[in-house]
Design a protein around this ligand. Structure first.
Ligand code: IMP
Ligand code: MG
Length: 185
């Protein structure tokens, strides 16, 4: 039987299993390791709170020296983006002259990461690359490069593996999508 979960008022069905997630993240880790092999030590910049699980799994699979930092960005409320981006927690390292790898849970419209890239460049970062677990190409409004993408998905609202619906679902070890007949307008 299909695995489903209920969060608040909505039902979600499984989209990406734990094994498939972990296999893909293993591969991403290898690719990222070879990209930074002979390079300066990168700062892995995890985007709280959604990317915490992806970031933890990813760095276990990166075998070059690295440093870690976190920012917190908010733009979503419930099932939709607000369009306004806020950084509610700044990074803590001096990013001037550093190579940064932004690690994000999902890129939807692309607003949040555009804003973060901009802030990091203003602070003097010398290179910014992006790794995202999930990407919604049909919602993406920009054309900046996303260096590593775990999975491309449709425009459906997803939860699990760090992603939430109004605070719930982050601890699910799989990715779930909103059951289509349950979507509220
Ligand atoms: P963007 O600024 O539109 O790219 O939105 C990015 C942020 O919105 C992500 O970091 C998530 O926190 C949130 N988000 C976008 N799509 C979803 C989704 O399907 N489920 C949960 N959160 C999402
Ligand atoms: Mg996020």
């Amino acid at each position: 039987m299909e695995k489903t979960v209920k969060l608040h008022d909505l039902d979600f069905g499984i989209l990406i299993t734990r094994n498939i997630l972990e296999d893909r993240i293993l591969d991403l880790g290898k690719e990222i390791s070879s990209a930074y092999k002979t390079d300066d030590i990168p700062v892995i910049m995890g985007v709280l709170q959604g990317a915490v699980m992806f970031c933890a799994e990813l760095v276990k699979n990166i075998d070059v020296p690295l440093e870690m930092d976190f920012v917190r960005i908010k733009s979503y409320s419930g099932l939709g983006t607000t369009g306004k981006v806020l950084m509610t927690k700044q990074w803590e390292k001096d990013v001037k002259g550093r190579k940064i790898l932004i690690v994000e849970d999902i890129i939807d419209t692309g607003n949040s990461i555009l804003y973060l890239k901009d802030q990091l460049l203003k602070a003097g970062a010398k290179e910014i690359k992006i790794a995202t677990l999930l990407f919604k190409p049909k919602a993406f409004k920009f054309n900046y490069k996303i260096d590593w993408i775990g999975f491309e998905i449709g425009n459906e609202f997803v939860v699990g593996y760090g992603l939430d619906y109004d605070g719930l679902g982050r601890n699910l070890p799989e990715v779930y999508q909103l059951s289509s007949d349950k979507k509220q307008s």
